[in-house]
Design a protein around this ligand. Structure first.
Ligand SMILES: Nc1ncnc2c1ncn2[C@@H]1O[C@H](COP(=O)(O)OP(=O)(O)OP(=O)(O)O)[C@@H](O)[C@H]1O
Length: 380
């Protein structure tokens, strides 16, 4: 899919001026509260008409103020999933799903109800009313209802925001399946880096109504400068890795990745599976010599490709490992003590226990996150 946006729109004192293109399977709109994420989603969905500009999806013009085109929202074929599921309380789950189906023109219906029910694991809920469902189950039904309308695009506006961590973890695999198995592009609003790292292929960072950056999630998640202070600890590299072998006795898995082999603990995935792994910048230690006699199992040789020290207590070190960049966050004092300089040979040290389940996710076979894990020349 390709989504192309170039619009300006004023709401009271706030002005959104956004221009970006995305061809991702799941494009995250990320930014602090009030940065314009929902306004942008409403403009894409046709709930708002922009003062200036154009939006097109897969070459189909949804709005273009220059030529006077404005496709009304019910003709855009866009599925919406909101923070609250907004199911009809007087209907059963099955009736809610059928309601979604009603909006797909018969000739354009893709995917059977049975397939959607299976994809989202909601078969056992069909006769129940929304009042008896958990928050996560409601959201799965809301996704099913949106999906059954055979949309060309799905807009998800903070769909996990009202769920606790356990429910979030429960629903994430279904959003991954939606992303990997249906082929329907998703625009996903979030202000959680953990969510974006797990789900997004692409990312648009909004700040005060402007696009601060747009690109692949793998590239932008390493840009710690783009992240708000409270989320900076969550930033870091995201790679797809293959499970090479498992050591049942120790509960360990060995993964092959673009940065080298990685040992992780407690990964519930079979040999040969592709998993998406996040290496948070704050979980990396930097050593100028190969460490010996330490417990950390992952020691990745590399070179310093960028060094951001500034005046605060932290230093952001980008390490090029095997042609792939990894962001590390250490103290400025450590950077000074070690005498870190651009091009210096170093080792990135990562403890295996930092790869908990929150930092690993399954991906569909052949899913292609590493469009973003670009190869960068060594800076020396
Ligand atoms: N109808 C309106 N009239 C005036 N200002 C508005 C209107 N709707 C939104 N705004 C303002 O526009 C700005 C962007 O709002 P928007 O809801 O798009 O932000 P957001 O990034 O989605 O925020 P959040 O993460 O809190 O949901 C905010 O400052 C908001 O107060």
């Amino acid at each position: 899919m390709s989504l192309s946006v170039d619009i300006s729109h004023r709401l009271g004192a706030f002005t959104l001026e956004a221009a970006f293109e995305s061809s991702g399977r799941l494009t995250a709109l990320f930014g602090p509260s009030g940065s314009g994420k929902t306004t942008l989603v409403n403009l894409i969905g046709g709930l708002l008409r922009p003062e200036r500009g154009a939006i097109s999806c897969d070459g189909r013009v949804l709005v273009d103020t220059a030529s006077g085109v404005f496709v009304p929202k019910h003709k855009r074929r866009i599925g919406y999933v909101f923070q609250d599921a907004r199911l009809f309380p007087h209907m059963t789950v099955d009736q809610n799903l059928r309601y979604g189906r009603f909006f797909a023109p018969p000739t354009e219906r893709t995917g059977s109800t049975a397939d959607v029910v299976d994809l989202l694991g909601i078969g056992h809920l069909l006769d129940r009313g929304p009042g008896s469902l958990s928050g996560g189950e409601k959201q799965r039904v809301a996704i099913g209802r949106a999906l059954l309308a055979s949309p060309k695009l799905i807009l998800m506006d903070e769909p996990l925001a009202s769920l606790d961590e356990r429910r979030k973890a429960e629903i994430m695999p279904y959003i991954e399946r939606l992303r990997d198995e249906t082929g329907i592009p998703i625009v996903y609003v979030s202000h959680s880096i953990a969510e974006v790292a797990r789900l997004a292929t692409d990312m648009v960072v909004l700040d005060a109504g402007k696009v601060a950056a747009a690109g692949t999630a793998a590239d932008l998640l390493q840009r710690l400068d783009l992240l708000p202070d409270e989320e900076r600890d969550e930033g870091g590299a995201v790679f797809e890795m293959q499970v090479k072998s498992r050591d049942e006795a120790f509960g360990m898995s060995l993964l092959t990745s673009p940065v080298g082999e990685i040992h992780v603990a407690e990964l519930d995935a079979e040999t040969g599976t592709t998993v998406r792994v996040r290496i948070r910048a704050r979980d990396i230690m930097v050593a100028t010599e190969r460490p010996r006699g330490i417990s950390a199992l992952n020691v990745l040789p590399g070179r310093i490709a960028a060094l951001g020290t500034g005046t605060g207590p932290f230093a952001d070190v980008t390490i090029d490992c095997n042609g792939q960049e990894i962001a590390a966050r250490i103290t400025r004092q450590s950077a000074a003590t070690l005498g870190l300089t651009l091009g210096m040979a170093v080792f990135a040290v990562v403890k295996s226990v930092t790869f908990d389940r929150r930092n690993t996710a399954r991906t569909a076979a052949g899913a292609s996150l590493p469009r973003g894990t670009t190869s960068n020349p060594l800076v020396s």
